[in-house]
Design a protein around this ligand. Structure first.
Ligand code: SF4
Length: 679
């Protein structure tokens, strides 16, 4: 798979969805930024700067392993593949193809994910999903439903033109540092106002003119009250409503029953502050919404995003520069993993598996027709491990840490007949594996990734995987050849990309050479000279001229906190990434942040006799953890916060099983917990 670039290697950061260009000096391992399509001055954040440390790490897996007599032992590739082949064919012959499940990875390339979803479908199952399910599936569902595209409506570049940023449930200063530092902050310094909706005070809040410290689980009352203020104060864009919006009268009727003060009380926000923020958003010529997991990771995550979309439509903030609704994606290829069809209900290009025409069209390219029944989502698959699902392939994910109700998930992982894990390190999930395949790190692979503002960029390998480890793409292709009757013979990542272009209309006009060291943005249909920046300008991505306003009712959290309980909300910190499987192995990053901590408000701490630095026991209906308390007014009273990056204390032992009914995203942001001091 020849796809080499000269030293020093220029590739794309393996971490967040910003997609910064990073390069490294192979002799010293020092990582720096190069002037990529997003980080145009070569700036990178601490995670990017430490990215080489996971490539050149002593813990890297260097040989395949299979479980023998309860222990993982090193074997040849042939032995590992033979084990996978015999177990998977036994499972399929005994229980059918849907007894297998495939976890793709939003942290791996489009080409790798494409091959994995294709091989699952060649076996005969749509049980394939990726960890976008856990972060923005609700955003994609709502935006796809109303606007026809589950992606950023705008580009980072044009968003500099906004007069107001409404950042809801996101902390870009820490989670998308280069977006914040290089795009938002310069505009804010020149007068753009920032409204920050977050129960915590973070580095993002420091730049805000309005902070709405919403109670977790009460975003819909907040958005509905803002919509009512906008209507009452005549801040709606009547011309836009007339031309581009449906169900306006119905929505006005719905808002007539909304009580701003009551909704503000429910949301835990001063009504005057809420009114002021709504006024700021409504009065702006150009207002842009950024949304993150504080909105999406709820049992009502899809409705939360619908409520945000109402604000943009009411004020005409769609289809022009500096506006829109812009999900900040968490992993470097979370957008692409969905685009290429690593999802259980859609094929590449988001065409439903239930659509006979779509299946037929893809059969022309593939030589076989994918199954017509939607598969299970990621958490649904995990819950079926040991029941209807007997075997799973987990590629570059660590569900033992990232999925909710971790005690249950770990029990389920242990019930599989055959768990295949393709990884860089012996992760917490690999503990349960029957076969472990050593794969390739970011500096060792080619292919493309699609960042948060729809830019497709190329990664470039300039290092060899250690020992017997192999490049992920060649490994997945061999799995496809061995497990199916189809041929997965691709000469290079480019060959896979060329096939992707034929089945994914949004990528149809792109080329590997055209991307080069820059990027091409989707939608880029075949025959077009370039991709589209601002979406929905004349019509929405579904081809309709109009989108509808939608009445969204608040639904109470599924586990309301009693008087002596607090609400746990989980999230991320600057120094770590996702399950921490990579960043916890970085000496630099663990020196910056080495352990988990529970943020608790001083009044809640006083009530419980907790001092800063005490060890506390946190208990929910699902499990308990011991964790150090960080007493801080940065968290709103009644709420506690911890990250899920650490294997211990593993905060997902506390979270529960409730899923959003539409997107099947878990409720990570509202768990009733009891907190007691233990030392
Ligand atoms: Fe990497 Fe994101 Fe940091 Fe850029 S902002 S260097 S993509 S982690």
């Amino acid at each position: 798979m020849a796809d080499r670039a000269p030293d020093p290697s220029e590739s794309i950061c393996p971490y967040c969805g910003v997609g910064c260009g990073i390069e490294y000096e192979p002799d010293t391992g020092k990582a720096t930024g190069w002037k990529g399509p997003v980080n145009t001055r070569g700036e990178i954040c601490p995670k990017g700067a430490a990215a080489w440390e996971i490539v050149d790490h002593d813990d890297r897996l260097t040989q395949p392993k299979v479980r023998e007599d309860g222990r993982l032992v090193s074997v040849s590739w042939e032995t590992a593949f033979e084990r996978i082949e015999s177990e998977c064919s036994r499972i399929v012959s005994e229980a059918g193809p849907d007894a297998l499940g495939f976890f793709a990875s939003s942290n791996c390339t489009n080409e790798e994910n494409y091959v994995l979803q294709k091989l699952a479908r060649a076996i005969g199952t749509n049980n394939v999903d990726n960890c976008a399910r856990l972060c923005h599936s609700s955003t994609v569902a709502a935006m796809g439903d109303r606007f026809g595209a589950g992606a950023m409506t705008n580009t980072l570049e044009d968003l500099r033109e906004a007069d107001v940023y409404l950042v809801a449930g996101a902390n870009p200063a820490e989670q998308h540092p280069i977006v914040f530092r290089s795009y938002l902050l310069p505009s804010i310094r020149e007068g753009t106002e920032l409204i920050h909706v977050d129960p915590r005070t973070t580095d993002t809040t420091d730049a805000a003119s309005h902070h709405l410290a919403v109670r977790p689980g009460f975003d819909i009352p907040l958005c509905n009250a803002m919509a009512k203020v906008i209507l009452e104060e005549d801040l709606v864009d009547e011309r836009f409503l007339e031309a581009r919006v449906e169900r306006v009268r119905t929505f006005r009727e719905f808002l007539s029953s909304v009580d701003i003060d009551e909704n503000a009380r429910l949301a835990g926000i001063d009504p005057d502050e809420l009114r002021a923020a709504a006024r700021t958003y409504g009065e702006a010529d150009r207002a842009a919404i950024f949304t993150g997991m504080g909105m999406s990771q709820h049992h009502c995550g899809t409705d939360n995003v619908h409520a945000l979309l109402n604000l943009a439509l009411l004020t005409g903030n769609v289809g022009k520069a500096g506006t829109g609704v812009n999900p900040l994606r968490g992993q470097n290829n979370v957008q692409g993993a969905g685009d290429i069809g690593a999802l259980p209900d859609v094929l590449p290009g988001y065409r439903p598996v239930t659509d006979a025409d779509a299946r037929e069209a893809i059969a022309d390219a593939w030589g076989f027709e994918p199954p017509a029944t939607p598969g299970l989502t990621e958490v649904e698959m995990s819950h079926e491990f040991g029941d209807s699902i007997h075997g799973a392939v987990v590629f570059g994910e660590n569900p033992a840490v990232t999925e909710p109700n971790a005690n249950r998930i770990r029990d389920r992982l242990g019930r599989l007949d055959c768990l295949v894990v393709l990884e860089l390190f012996h992760t917490e999930t690999a503990e349960y594996a029957d076969v472990v395949l050593p794969g390739s790190a970011w500096a060792e692979k080619g292919g493309t990734v699609t960042n948060t503002d729809r830019q497709v960029m190329r990664m470039r390998p300039n290092a060899e995987p250690p020992g017997d480890a192999r490049r992920d793409l060649s490994l997945l292709c061999e799995l496809g050849d061995r497990l199916t009757d189809e041929r997965f013979t691709y000469e290079s990542p480019k060959a896979v990309f060329d096939e992707i272009r034929t089945v994914l209309p949004q990528y149809g006009g792109m080329s590997y050479a055209g991307i080069g060291t820059g990027s091409q943005r989707w939608p880029f249909p075949e025959g077009a000279s370039e991709g589209v920046g601002v979406l929905h300008a004349e019509e929405f991505a579904n081809g309709r001229r109009t989108a509808e306003l939608r009445a969204v009712d608040h639904v109470d959290p599924v586990d309301p906190a009693s008087d002596d309980e607090l609400v746990l909300t989980t999230g991320r910190v600057l120094q770590h990434f996702n399950s921490g499987a990579l960043t916890r192995r970085s000496g630099t990053l663990t020196r910056m942040r080495g352990e988990n901590a529970l943020q608790i408000h001083p009044d809640d701490a006083d009530d419980r006799g907790i001092d800063d630095g005490d060890t506390v026991e946190v208990t929910s209906d699902h499990g308990n953890v011991s964790i150090v308390a960080e007493v801080t007014p940065a968290i709103r009273r009644g709420t506690v916060f911890a990250t899920f990056h650490f294997a211990e204390p593993l905060i997902n032992r506390l979270t529960g099983d409730t899923l959003d009914p539409v997107a099947k995203i878990p409720e990570y942001k509202h768990t009733a917990v009891r907190v007691t001091v233990t030392s």
